[in-house]
Design a protein around this ligand. Structure first.
Ligand code: GLU
Length: 474
């Protein structure tokens, strides 16, 4: 049975790139009827925090992803936080030590730094220089006597490392790509590469899907699996998420965490849809897809290896599509959270409907509904629409229509607007030239929701008062 894992390091919120990795794993596992494991990789106590873990779980759930095993739901391979699995790592490390596949390293950070500096100065790859590789028992004792506490290093075997990647095919690393690396730090905690391998083996992970920035780590992992006598999982290294300038997506490209997109009013289904489309093309004509549709259509074998360049416009476009196809009751409830100033207005659903065609994210909603509020002093460009004899006649006519026609329904208001249009179209005015003066007179703005909605929500009395004020006889 397929078993995948999300393995976030809780050092910050859920990054879009990590969300994309989690999504690929989830889509693959759910499509295969497999299991999803959530493992918290918090071996770096200085950078990890429980608050980050909580925020990551919250955002994964918000995206619609779920997991079968994890720190919050338990499971047969608990614990699921690496900080609670120290004993398992120590046991595995002592196995490697006893077999001579690992050795204690007494080098101090200063010594390592110095050796790295020298390698760089001489144009060599700064790999571990092997100073402690073949210490005699006596040399070890001397270092112990100096009070040095050793780290454990993996003795990297000679030769190239190669593995089959599900996306990149056969990947090879020539000898010397990396040196002996640390599997247990001198404080007794497990190194990143070691804990990942021990856990992937112990948790029966069958497929590891992660970013291609882990390719070299995977070479180390393959060696560790082999040294421990475990079968490695299958690997797929997907492309990285890049900003529009081609650099790895980061803060300077704007919002990078799922939380920021949630707070800006993006829908989880749209964000998941967008992240999936970044490296994968659905069948023609099927771009707007919910999570379950993605599960049905997504095939890990169709992932593209080209870089995934973040395109906010496309995300906004997709979000607009999802907003418009969402269940109306749910949309209204969610929209109320984003427009607290209007949430209790009795006509809120209609107001929302009036801007929905143009809306791309709920974070813009309050601004879009602005024209329903108090009129603003018109900008110079907007004020232009109020100048001249034609404008005056249009407003006078509108006033007359509003005073004589029913305005108690949206349809009634549509009639008022179309009567106004018809009265002036014959005089060779374009629709825009007829309606703009009315819009500006009512709201002070030259943009906003369709006029019948404005008329209906503002109501006859308010509309009449505003028109009179604009005509200067209020
Ligand atoms: N914890 C790692 C990260 O957040 C992922 C490690 C892995 O997928 O093997 O980058």
């Amino acid at each position: 049975m397929v078993r995948v894992r999300f393995a976030p390091s809780p050092t910050g919120g859920l990054h879009l790139g990590s969300a994309r990795t989690a999504l690929f794993n989830w889509l693959f596992a759910r499509g295969q009827g497999g299991k999803v494991v959530l493992r918290i990789e918090d071996t770096d106590p200085a950078r990890s925090g429980r608050e980050h873990e909580e925020s990551i779980l919250l955002d994964l759930r918000w995206l619609g992803l779920d997991w079968d095993e994890g720190p919050d739901v338990g499971g047969p391979y608990a614990p699921y936080r690496q900080s609670e699995r120290g004993e398992i790592y120590r046991l595995h490390a002592s196995r490697l030590l006893e077999a001579g596949k690992a050795y204690p390293c007494y080098c101090t950070p200063q010594e390592l730094e110095e050796s790295k500096r020298r390698a760089l100065a001489e144009g060599r790859t700064p790999v571990y220089n092997g100073a402690c590789r073949d210490l005699t028992p006596r040399e070890k004792e001397e270092r112990e006597a100096e009070g040095r506490r050793p780290a454990l290093r993996f003795r990297v075997p000679e030769g190239e490392v190669a593995f089959q990647d599900l996306l990149h095919g056969y990947v090879r690393f020539p000898p010397g790509t990396f040196g002996d690396f640390i599997i247990m730090r001198s404080d007794g905690s497990a190194g990143f590469n070691f804990s990942v391998v021990v856990d992937d083996a112990a948790m029966g992970i069958t497929h590891v899907i992660r970013g291609e920035d882990h390719l070299t780590n995977t070479a180390r992992h393959i060696l560790l699996f082999d040294a421990l006598g475990y079968e490695p999982p299958r690997y797929l290294h997907h492309s990285l998420l890049l900003g529009p300038d081609g650099a790895k997506m980061s803060k300077r490209h704007g919002a990078t965490t799922v939380r920021e997109y949630r707070e800006a009013g993006y829908l989880p289904a749209a964000l998941a849809n967008y992240l999936a489309l970044l490296s994968w093309s659905p069948p023609a004509g099927k771009e707007v897809l919910g999570l379950q549709e993605l599960v049905a259509l997504f095939d890990i074998g169709d992932l593209s290896a080209s870089p995934a360049v973040f395109d906010r416009d496309r995300l906004e476009w997709l979000n607009g599509k999802h907003l418009r196809s969402m269940d109306k009751e749910k949309l209204i409830a969610l929209a109320q959270d984003f427009a607290p100033a209007w949430a209790r207005h009795p006509r809120f659903p209609l107001m929302l409907e009036s801007v929905l065609d143009n809306l791309t994210k709920l974070g813009d909603l309050e601004r879009y509904l602005g024209p329903y509020g108090d009129p603003v002093p018109p900008s110079e460009a907007a004020a232009e629409w109020l100048h001249g004899e034609a404008a005056r006649r249009i407003l006078e006519k509108a006033l007359g229509l509003m005073e004589s026609m029913p305005m108690e329904s949206l349809d009634g208001c549509r009639e008022v607007v179309s009567s106004l249009k018809h009265a002036f179209m014959e005089k060779d005015l374009k629709a825009r030239e007829i309606l703009m003066p009315l819009r500006v007179a009512l709201t002070g703005r030259d943009k906003g929701p369709a006029l019948p909605y404005l008329l209906f929500v503002l109501g006859r009395e308010e509309c009449v008062a505003r028109l009179r004020a604009a005509l200067g006889d209020g």
